[in-house]
Design a protein around this ligand. Structure first.
Ligand SMILES: *Cc1c(COP(=O)(O)O)cnc(C)c1O
Length: 360
C-alpha cells in the first residue's frame, strides 16, 4: 500500500510468472518454453535487422508479419485484415479484455485455467464468473449457460493440458452468438488427433477471436510476440485499443524474427513433432513410476502420483536442480506440471523422480 498509488493499485493482485532462476545447469521445466532454439532463419533475420535501420521506428501496422501469419493460415481463408499482433499474447489478451470482453454482463471463464484472466478483470474492472471444470478437469460447454458479456478459455487448457474438439467449440459458439468468445491457443500446435485450431471457424463466426503466441511452439519466448485471428470487426476493436496505448508495440527485431518464424514451417513442424514424441515417451515413463498423467495436447504434462505428495516431489526435484511447476491451490495441489524438454532432460527428470520415490 502507498498513499502515492492510484486507488486501484492498492487492490491489485498481480500475476506471478513462473520463476526464471539465474543458476547454471538447471533443468528448467517450469514455464513451458521450447527446449529447442529458434530456427536459424529467425536468428539470421534478427541479425539482419540489427543494423543502422534501428534508428527508425518500426512499421506500426506490422504489415509484413501480418502477411506471413495470414499466409500461414490462408487455407482457412484468413487475410491480413483478420490478423492482429502484439507484444506477447499476454498483451493481445489484455487488449481483448478491454476492447471486447468488458461488458455489462459478466465475463465467463473456467475456474481452472490461465491465471492471468482474473488479473486482467481486476485491472480493467471487468466483472466475471468462474465456471467449475468437471471432476476430471474437462470443460463442460453446457455449464457456460449463464447470461454473459463474453467467454474466454484456453484450448488446450492450462495447467491441465486437456483440450476441446472443434465440434465442442462450434457448439459453444452456436449457443452464444451475442457474446465474443476468445479461445487462447497458446499450446494448440502441440495437439494431435481431432484437436486443432479454431482459426478454421473464424470466417463462420464473427464473434470468435483466437489468440496464439510465438513463445511456445515457435521457440521464441524471449521475443515477446503474440497474435489474434478473428473477424475484421473484432480486429479493428483491438487496433483501436492498441493505437490508443502503444502504436509501435512490436520492435523491428521482433517483427523480423516473428516473420521468419512463420515462414519457416519445416523447422516449426519438426520441433513440434519432436516435442510430441518426447511427451509420449515421458508420459509412459511417469506411468511406470505410478503417476496418473492427464492426456496432454500441450508441451507439458499434468501428473499426480498414486501415493507421494506433489509438494514433496516438487521440492525434491528442486534440490536436484530440476525445476517444475507446483500450484498450491485446491484441486491442483496433488499435481505437478512438467514442461517437455529435450529427451536428455526428461530422462534426468525421470531418474530424479525414481530416486525420490524409492527413498524411505
Ligand atoms: C504462455 C501462455 C500465454 C502467454 O504467452 P506470451 O505470448 O508469452 O505472453 C497465454 N496464454 C496461455 C494459456 C499461456 O500458457
Amino acid at each position: 500500500m502507498s498513499r502515492y498509488w492510484s486507488s486501484i493499485v492498492n487492490k491489485l493482485t498481480p500475476y506471478t510468472p513462473g520463476e526464471q532462476p539465474q543458476i547454471d545447469n538447471l533443468i528448467k521445466l517450469n514455464t513451458n518454453e521450447n527446449p529447442y532454439g529458434p530456427s536459424p532463419n529467425v536468428t539470421a533475420a534478427i541479425a539482419q535487422a540489427n543494423s543502422d535501420s534501428l534508428r527508425k521506428y518500426p512499421d506500426p501496422n506490422a504489415t509484413v508479419l501480418k502477411q506471413a501469419i495470414a499466409n500461414y493460415y490462408s487455407h482457412f481463408g484468413i487475410n491480413e485484415k483478420n490478423v492482429f499482433v502484439g507484444n506477447s499474447s499476454d498483451e493481445v489478451l489484455g487488449h481483448a479484455f478491454r476492447a471486447l470482453l468488458k461488458q455489462d454482463k459478466p465475463l465467463l471463464f473456467p475456474d481452472i485455467t490461465y491465471s492471468f484472466y482474473p488479473v486482467y478483470c481486476d485491472l480493467f474492472e471487468i466483472q466475471y464468473a468462474q465456471v467449475p471444470l468437471r471432476d476430471d478437469f474437462s470443460i463442460n460447454i453446457d455449464d457456460f449457460s449463464p447470461e454473459n458479456g463474453g467467454i474466454i478459455f484456453a484450448n488446450p487448457n492450462a495447467p491441465t493440458g486437456l483440450a476441446l474438439s472443434l465440434g465442442e467449440i462450434r457448439r459453444l459458439l452456436d449457443a452464444h452468438t451475442d457474446s465474443v468468445v476468445v479461445v487462447d491457443e497458446a499450446y494448440i500446435d502441440f495437439a494431435d488427433g481431432d484437436i486443432s485450431t479454431a482459426i478454421e471457424l473464424v470466417n463462420e463466426y464473427p464473434n470468435l477471436l483466437v489468440t496464439q503466441t510465438v513463445s511456445k511452439s515457435r521457440n521464441l519466448a524471449g521475443l515477446r510476440v503474440g497474435l489474434a485471428v478473428g473477424n475484421a470487426e473484432l480486429i479493428d476493436g483491438l487496433e483501436r485499443i492498441k493505437n490508443s496505448f502503444h502504436p509501435y508495440a512490436l520492435d523491428s527485431l521482433a517483427l523480423a524474427g516473428a516473420t521468419a518464424a512463420f515462414e519457416d514451417t519445416d523447422y516449426f513442424e519438426r520441433c513440434c513433432q519432436k516435442v510430441k514424441q518426447t511427451r509420449a515417451h515421458f508420459t509412459s515413463e511417469l506411468t511406470k513410476l505410478g503417476f496418473t498423467v492427464l492426456a496432454s495436447s500441450t508441451n507439458f504434462v499434468f501428473a499426480k502420483h498414486q501415493s507421494a505428495s506433489a509438494k514433496v516431489l516438487f521440492e525434491g526435484l528442486r534440490e536436484n536442480k530440476v525445476i517444475v511447476r507446483y500450484f498450491d491451490k485446491p484441486r491442483l495441489n496433488e499435481y505437478l506440471r512438467i514442461s517437455i524438454g529435450t529427451d536428455q532432460e526428461m530422462t534426468q527428470c525421470t531418474q530424479v523422480l525414481a530416486t525420490l520415490l524409492e527413498a524411505p
